[in-house]
Design a protein around this ligand. Structure first.
Ligand code: FE2
Ligand code: FE2
Length: 143
């Protein structure tokens, strides 16, 4: 059975106006696509783990940079946004742990998680601060 995932192509409309964060979003989406492809096309679990590791680094760097930006801009919903990052990381870490233990089928769960949570976060949650800054007329700053 093939599961249909949302199109991961980044489009200009997803720009949050900060080149660093936009580039990180693009890179994360690309990396999720790669993990997804590997998961369906290869049985080499080392290759899969390597790209997961890379993605994990991208994620934690991105969360840090995005949170620095939001706190610097005094985003009023900073705490909620940070909480949603923490929640994402919690769910993700739990799956990584199970993957490292060799739990059966957890690789598929991980791929699903990335699509359901991560992609949703970039395409929906992050758009909230983009819209907020747009509406308040605040010019985005470069990091
Ligand atoms: Fe983000
Ligand atoms: Fe975010």
């Amino acid at each position: 059975m093939t599961v249909e995932f949302r199109n991961l192509n980044w489009r200009e409309e997803y720009s949050v106006g900060v080149p660093l964060l936009d580039n990180q979003h693009k890179e994360i989406l690309k990396s999720i696509q790669k993990v997804t492809d590997l998961n369906t096309k290869t049985d080499d679990s080392n290759v899969f783990s390597d790209s997961i590791e890379y993605l994990t680094r991208l994620m934690s760097n991105h969360f840090k940079d995005e949170e620095d930006y939001l706190s610097q801009k005094k985003y009023p919903f900073f705490n909620d946004h940070k909480k949603s990052h923490l929640k994402l990381m919690d769910g993700y870490s739990e799956l990584l742990y199970r993957l490292s233990k060799g739990d059966k089928g957890v690789d598929k769960k991980l791929v699903n998680f990335l699509h359901n949570w991560w992609v949703n976060h970039i395409f929906e949650e992050d758009m909230k601060f983009r819209d907020f800054f747009k509406k308040s007329g605040s010019t985005p700053s470069n990091l």
